[in-house]
Design a protein around this ligand. Sequence first.
Ligand code: HEM
Length: 320
Amino acid sequence: WTPMLSFLGFGTRQQQQPAPVAETTARDDNKKEDPRSEDKRSTSSEDVEDRRSRSPPSGDSTPRATPADTKPASGAAPVPTFSLNSNHESDSEEEEEDLPPPSFPAMNSAQRASAAPSHPRGPPTLKPLPVQATRPSQLMPPPPRPIPNRTIPANGSLRPSNGPLPNRGPPGAGLKPPTGGLLVPQSIASKTPNPRQKVLLKPGRSPLDWATLLKSGSNLSGVDRLHRVTPSQLKFANGRKGRPCWSSYQGKVYNIGTYLEYHPGGEGELRRAAGKDGEKLFLDVHPWVNWENMLGECLVGITVGENDMAANASSLEDMD
Ligand code: HEM
């Protein structure tokens, strides 16, 4: 017993006396006296400290061992005995009955010890989670989209106001809003006041329609064979009074009468070249246009001098 009592801290007379705090537990004594077991008791010591901090100062639920002063008959060293305080035990049982059911984490767990243990033992109060807005109605509305610093012109058009529209003239040109609110062209084939002077062609007279007509195999020249055309003959075929409408370009004569309604620049513009050489007029307006491809099927013949009819006859036969 002596080594064991010495191990427990009761080896000296001073230690046999009641400690300044009468209810010092044997476990506390071990903590003070035996540093060898410090590592083993690291967790349990924390539990004791935690329990102390959570226990009310007046009552201690831990069963206490108090030494009983019993002397052996042989005069040997007194051997103290220990007995558990029954009051504490009963108090502990009553306290246990009053306690709420065990909660998670356990009361003596490391998780609870690491948490804030300031409140006494009792049901842990669960803090309500912050309410997160999950429904669209609870979400913060998105920031408003920046409004570009643009002003809409009075005519309501979003196109650039400076300069003409490509191939269409100024906004609203040639269009008159009727009482019904719809915009209709004033005149289908009338000119629009734009620098390019394109006109609105009649339905079925678009460039695509002309291309289709070129491939149709129809006789677009108006003649059954190629002719030598003198200047007088060309001048005569000016398209007026039911006459043919011819024009020459680089020595070749073309029947432009079939192309009049298809000309994007308007019938009137094309007629300016009727009955004469239209090369200069043509090149002044649209040198990028391929006359040969546009009017290839309208070829009438070649131009010859007034006195060269007989001399150029063979060349016309070569053309055929
Ligand atoms: C006889 C042969 C001619 C053919 C095959 C022809 C063909 C064309 C074509 C394809 C266009 C559209 C050009 C484009 O969209 O870029 C055009 C436009 C035009 N043509 Fe001709 N043309 C001819 C003669 C003439 C003549 C002799 C004049 C005037 C005297 C003329 C005046 C115009 C005008 C003013 C335009 C509108 C230009 C523009 O779009 O800005 N054309 N022509």
